[in-house]
Design a protein around this ligand. Structure first.
Ligand SMILES: Nc1ncnc2c1ncn2[C@@H]1O[C@H](COP(=O)(O)OP(=O)(O)OP(=O)(O)O)[C@@H](O)[C@H]1O
Ligand SMILES: [Mg+2]
Length: 263
């Protein structure tokens, strides 16, 4: 029987380390037989490690400009430090999880799409087998958003590329046929120009919010990822405050918290 994927959850680096219940909620879902697929960010920790090395972080439309020394830090911190800390956290809470990156098993295959961003990957193909195999064995796949740079002509070596976690989550949700895509972040939802949470967005409205500049910075890749997933037949995406206790558990229900994005 094909593996069902109830939800792909992106846990923002912005909420990691806050005293929330996201990890306990993940374990509870697993124990209910609704094992989630998780993509994690790591923005603030990567920024700290870059600054320790004398590098200055810059972002374009919410995406981290990534030169070669920055990519080394992104790979080390995301796939090493943060991914394994999260494996430890989930395991300590009684969950079963395997941490991998998007490079493993050629899960997230990328090319450089925009040279202005440097070593940032645009996903051209998702090979979901590694995730499906981990799910089939009953483990939560915990994915660090680093991709593999596919050779563009014979003889080109494979390398690694930085991928925004939101972008990775949107493509994974689409490729896995997830029932829902959930973003846990450090704001209550997508806000309008008066900083009021917008309860419901269509794809069209999401695109308009980006075009008007009302959605800026880190909200841009989130809304773009919602569009990617919805265009690939994921029925619904939600953006909500991961710092609130029980947010992920509620995100699996039909309540009105945060922002819903639907076709
Ligand atoms: N219209 C908007 N509504 C809500 N937040 C917005 C809006 N426009 C920009 N933002 C910003 O988007 C931020 C969330 O994205 P951010 O990339 O900082 O966090 P994250 O994706 O959860 O973490 P990470 O990138 O580390 O994984 C908010 O803190 C807010 O400052
Ligand atoms: Mg972000």
């Amino acid at each position: 029987m094909p593996v069902k994927v109830p939800v792909v959850v992106k846990i923002g680096g912005s909420t990691l380390g806050s005293a929330d219940t996201s990890f306990a909620d993940l374990v509870a879902l697993q124990q209910q037989g609704r094992t989630p697929v998780v993509v994690h960010g790591g923005g603030p920790v990567i920024t700290q490690w870059m600054q320790k090395q004398g590098l200055t972080p810059t972002f374009v439309r919410g995406l981290r400009v990534t030169d070669a020394p920055s990519l080394d830090i992104v790979v080390a911190v995301l796939t090493g430090l943060i991914n394994k800390q999260l494996v430890g956290t989930v395991t300590a809470l009684g969950g079963k999880t395997v941490g991998i990156s998007g490079a493993d098993g050629a899960l997230l295959q990328c090319v450089i799409a925009n040279p202005e961003l440097g070593l940032v990957g645009e996903i051209v193909k998702v090979s979901p087998e590694p995730v499906l195999d981990i799910l089939e064995k009953g483990f939560i796949p915990l994915i660090a958003p680093v991709g593999i740079r596919m050779p563009q002509k014979p003889g080109d070596p494979c390398g690694l590329l930085n991928i925004n976690g939101d972008t990775a989550a949107g493509h994974l949700a689409g490729a896995l046929g997830a029932q829902r895509l959930v973003f846990l972040t450090d704001v209550e939802g997508v806000m309008d120009s008066d900083r009021r949470v917008i309860p419901r967005l269509s794809v069209r409205m999401a695109k308009d919010l980006i075009a008007s500049g009302t959605a800026a910075g880190g909200m841009i890749p989130k809304l773009e990822a919602c569009v990617t997933a919805l265009e690939r037949r994921v029925p619904a995406a939600r953006i909500l405050d991961g710092r609130a206790s029980g947010a992920l558990a509620r995100a699996m229900g039909e309540g009105s918290e945060g922002t819903w994005v639907t076709a």
